[in-house]
Design a protein. Structure first.
Length: 94
């Protein structure tokens, strides 16, 4: 439910209370420093994330093209055609 202001940030702040009422953060020395990683812990990712990681690993970088582009930028010979970029973006959205 929104407060009187309609501003979610201010409303959330007023629900939490004043800064003076906040609890202090835990001290670093209180944290366990001898915690070893759990070798039996399982981590899972979504199939979409797995597909994205596979696609990224399969991509190759054309080093010669990157070097040529860097040189053109350094020499001031690189220009951007905003009309071309906009047309490419619209084509990908269609």
């Amino acid at each position: 439910m929104k407060g009187i202001t309609g501003n979610r940030t201010i409303d959330a702040y007023t629900r939490v209370g004043t800064v003076g009422g906040a609890r202090p953060a835990a001290r670093p020395e209180a944290a366990s420093t001898n915690a070893a990683p759990n070798p039996s812990a399982q981590v899972s990712i979504s199939s979409r994330a797995r597909d994205m990681a596979t696609e990224a690993a399969e991509q190759t970088v054309d080093v010669a093209k990157v070097d040529a582009l860097r040189q053109r930028i350094a020499e001031g010979g690189f220009s951007i055609d905003p009309q071309h970029i906009a047309a490419q973006m619209m084509q990908q959205l269609a």
